[in-house]
Ligand binder design. Structure first.
Ligand code: DAH
Length: 343
């Protein structure tokens, strides 16, 4: 019994002095094997219990358990201290210098809608127009009323509107930019205004509740329908090639008089008729007309002195034709595989 106590104490003292020298988790692992392993020193001492007399065993067992618990506690403490120390070292060693240059991961590219907008605006910039921009959250007054669409006007129904309150809405067209420009600027005016517009429409291959238009406005002395036609002819040829023709169909817009819808020769078949133009040979791209005298007067411009024309181009349709895109949803899903093709 006293032999056992002695060798237990000796083992424990030796263990405690060794564990103080430990500097790594590898050291602590070999210490674990040295003392607690199958052939370890503590295990060896415990084996010695077999030679004790049966009446001595309970007390010896208690003593052994106490010493072992103590040793295991010291071991566990040292082990977690080692782990903490090593992970602190690792963090320090692996600090990343975020200011170092990295390998280039590739540039993105412009979105096809922005490409189309830029391409169209460039054509008009070349014709001496400037570019205007305005809010997407718009007053009813600008989006409808001053454009001769008073509350209750049936034509409002064709533009199913997202209202924010009775007087504020998401603009359904870029035409309110005509009012904003004319309120702030005296003629001569020559401007194109690209931007997003919103209508309550269900998303499918050809419709989206958000889309883009480019509004055009020219106001000066002696502006005629001939100027409108000439400008649009030039636009069509610059965008889709010299062979492109335009076709005007009479229409009604409350803010222009006369009003027309304008078709371009089909960009796919060149006018013979195909699946893109549904056999027509023509594709509708914009609405246009001579600015209604009342609209000029609403903005403080004397309609006896000045006249003007306006047009609204559908950007999605034009972009889809220009780049051969057959589903409008592709333009909004931001799938990189699609967008990459426009680099
Ligand atoms: N704002 C019209 C629409 O969204 C398009 C339009 C037609 C614009 C005639 C014009 C215009 O400027 O003169 O349906």
């Amino acid at each position: 019994m006293s032999d056992l106590r002695e060798s237990l104490n000796k083992t424990r003292e030796e263990f405690e002095s060794k564990i103080k020298e430990i500097t790594s988790s590898a050291d602590i692992e070999s210490l674990r094997v040295e003392y607690f392993g199958k052939k370890g020193k503590l295990t060896g001492v415990l084996r010695g219990m077999g030679s004790l007399k049966p009446e001595e065993r309970p007390e010896a067992g208690k003593m052994v358990n106490e010493v072992r618990a103590k040793m295991e506690e010291v071991f566990a403490q040292t082990q977690s201290k080692m782990k903490a120390m090593e992970s602190a070292h690792k963090l320090k060693r692996e600090v990343i210098d975020v200011t170092l240059p990295t390998s280039f991961s590739g540039a993105g590219s412009r979105h096809p809608l922005n490409m189309a907008i830029d391409e169209i605006c460039d054509i008009f910039l070349g014709l001496g127009y400037s570019i205007g921009e305005g809010p997407e959250v718009e007053y009813d007054k600008y989006n409808f009323e001053l454009l001769r669409l008073p509350k209750g006007h049936p034509a409002r129904d064709t533009q199913d509107t997202f209202y924010i309150n009775e007087n504020i809405l998401l603009r359904t067209q870029t035409s309110p930019m005509q009012i904003r420009i004319m309120e702030n600027q005296k003629p001569p005016i020559k401007v194109v205004c690209p931007g997003k517009v919103y209508r309550q429409d269900t998303l499918d291959a050809t419709h989206s509740p958000v889309f883009h238009q480019i509004e055009g406005l020219v106001v000066d002395k002696g502006v005629t329908m001939g100027d409108l036609v000439g400008s649009l002819q030039l636009f069509a040829k610059k965008l889709f090639g010299e062979k492109t023709e335009i076709r005007l169909r009479p229409h009604h817009f409350p803010f222009t008089e006369p009003s027309v819808e304008v078709d371009l020769t089909c960009w796919k078949c060149g006018g013979c008729g195909c699946n893109v133009c549904k056999g027509e040979g023509w594709i509708e791209v914009l609405g246009a007309g001579m600015v209604h005298p009342e609209v000029l007067e609403n903005c403080g411009i004397d309609s006896n002195e000045y006249s003007g024309f306006a047009f609204g181009i559908g950007v999605e349709r034009t972009a889809m034709g220009r780049y051969g895109i057959d589903d409008i949803r592709l333009l909004y899903e931001n799938d990189v595989r699609f967008l990459k093709q426009f680099k």
